[in-house]
Design a protein around this ligand. Structure first.
Ligand SMILES: Nc1ncnc2c1ncn2[C@@H]1O[C@H](COP(=O)(O)OP(=O)(O)OP(=O)(O)O)[C@@H](O)[C@H]1O
Length: 515
């Protein structure tokens, strides 16, 4: 009879198949197999000397390896573990791992979280795709041009960062018909090329049709960047409004691509004071400068939430909207004067309206009338764009979804659009007004019989100084602020560390060189 002892010595993965081969193993057909735990057989109190001697002989024997093999592989009973997938019911970790993908709840939550982070504004995943796939392919297939391919015409404008000319193709017939605009950029040219290419991929119909950008260096002069667009005409915003055609955006030299950090330099501000929001900066100056693409890309949703940079642009767009409604504000002087008035009203458009409307000119009155059409949705949109606090301004996405842009007007709004409008109003509301209204309503019905507050009680309520926020609330607020500062500081430190040796801006490698 064979004695088979199961080892209990904690060698996972081999436990049930670790056998004491102290006795020769006999085929067990028709024989009773006595199974005994090895731990029992070698327990100090029950130590069997004959067995131990046997073990020692084996251990000191020639084939130590085969002993170890027998001990752990258990040749003779079933297939060895090296052949068959074996495991332990108790110790599940010893069971063979499944080859298929196992979907677990935490795994799914994690994957969904990662996906939503990658697609959260400004869009890490689409940013990566744009930069490393679309931009790369575009560069492979686009035609290349040099300065000799164009004939410069009249100068259209000269700004701080370049000179703009009308131009035409040198070759006749021209490779692509139509007149052109050429810009010789003295600064920010490389970045402007990137931004124009980026916008051409993202929203071609909203921006001037960009043809090409290149770096030209002749022996006489220093290297200069040239940018080429199709000529989009000479119509002004007012002309376009008259003919109800859409307008296009030009001049992206100061724009920054926050998905990957291109042209984002925290301590450099390029802004037009006539259209700039009161905070005068888009991202906090504490925000670190853009590190390498993967790091900048990975951090961009966090930085976006900390700074909400689109709220700066929304303010400027609000001012253009204002100019569209009030033609008198379209020239520089009156816009500057308007900005002064608004500042005096603490950037409160409603307060500004209250001061100017009683003595408004016909033109101003007509502007208000236009904005008040359809239940005042125009005015509502405008006031949600031009606000002092960036966080209180409507986001670019919300503004675009506003029913004001629905061509059919308020009356033709569908049920869903109406719902969206109600939701929009709810999120934009200043609830202090609602509170005042409730208080007034209560005052009207406040009698001893009807219940509600009496005037005297309300007066008492009004006289009560606004309570300081409870300490729990204040603590929560302080912790949130502390956390925000800590995140910003940590980001800055880690990114500065990464940037230490990177003196030149990394995106130079992504912009066109001399062809
Ligand atoms: N694609 C275009 N089609 C028609 N006109 C254009 C186009 N691009 C520019 N212009 C004209 O050229 C003028 C100058 O262009 P832009 O504002 O880009 O240059 P800039 O002001 O000299 O640049 P910057 O302010 O960046 O130094 C514009 O005001 C516009 O009238």
């Amino acid at each position: 009879m064979a004695t088979v002892a199961t080892s209990g010595v904690g060698l996972s993965g081999a436990r049930l198949h670790a056998f004491n081969s102290s006795k020769p193993f006999s085929p067990f057909l028709g024989k009773k197999l006595k199974i005994k735990p090895i731990s029992e057989s070698i327990h100090p109190t029950k130590f069997n000397h004959a067995k131990s001697r046997n073990l020692l002989v084996l251990a000191s024997g020639v084939d130590l390896m085969s002993f170890v093999n027998d001990l752990f592989v258990g040749v003779g009973v079933g297939l060895p573990c090296t052949v068959m997938a074996c495991g332990d019911i108790i110790y599940r970790s010893t069971l063979p791992s499944s080859n298929g993908l196992t979907v677990t709840v935490p795994g799914t939550i994690l994957a969904l979280g990662a996906l939503s982070y990658l697609w959260a504004t400004p869009g890490v995943a689409p940013g990566f795709f744009d930069m490393f796939v679309l931009a790369f392919v575009e560069r492979l297939i686009r035609p290349t041009y040099r300065k000799e391919d164009f004939v410069l015409g009249k100068k259209l404008g000269e700004g701080s960062f370049g000179v703009v000319y009308r131009a035409s193709w040198a070759k006749k017939p021209s490779p692509k018909g139509g007149e052109l605009v050429l810009k010789k950029a003295t600064e920010y040219g490389a970045v402007e090329i990137w931004m124009n290419e980026r916008l051409r991929r993202a929203c071609a119909s909203s921006c001037a049709d960009f043809v090409y950008g290149f770096l030209e260096s002749s022996s006489k002069k220093q290297a200069e960047y040239w940018l080429i667009w199709r000529f989009e005409g000479e119509a002004t915003l007012a002309d376009l409004m008259q003919s109800s055609r859409t307008f296009k955006i030009i001049d992206h030299g100061a724009a920054a691509d926050l998905r990957v950090g291109i042209n984002y330099i925290p301590k450099e501000f390029l802004l037009d004071p006539r259209y700039a929001a009161p905070e005068q900066y888009i991202m906090s100056t504490q925000t670190p400068s853009a590190p390498s693409v993967p790091v900048a890309t990975a951090l961009s949703p966090v930085l976006w939430q900390l700074n909400l940079p689109d709220r700066f642009d929304i303010y400027s767009a609000g001012l253009v909207f204002l100019q569209m409604a009030f033609p008198g504000l379209r020239n520089d002087n009156s816009l500057i004067q308007f900005n002064r008035q608004l500042k005096r009203c603490d950037y409160d458009l409603v307060a500004w309206r209250n001061t100017v409307e009683p003595r408004a000119s016909n033109e101003l009155r007509r502007g208000f009338e236009l904005l008040d059409l359809d239940g005042g949705i125009g005015w509502e949109l405008l006031t949600s764009m031009v606000r002092y606090k960036a966080r209180q301004r409507v986001s670019a996405k919300e503004a675009l979804a506003h029913p004001y842009f629905d061509r059919e007007g308020l009356l033709a709004m569908s049920f869903m659009q109406n719902l969206r409008m109600q939701y929009y109003r709810a999120t934009q509301k200043d609830y202090s007004e609602a509170l005042k209204w409730v208080v007034r309503l209560m005052a009207k019905s406040g009698t001893e019989q009807d219940g509600g507050f009496t005037e005297a009680q309300l007066q008492e309520l009004r006289d009560i100084q606004p309570k300081k926020k409870s300490s729990a609330q204040r603590n929560a607020l302080a912790s949130a602020l502390k956390l925000q500062r800590k995140i910003t500081r940590t980001l800055k430190e880690s990114v500065d560390e990464l940037n230490q040796r990177r003196k030149s801006v990394w995106w130079n490698r992504w912009i066109p060189r001399e062809e």
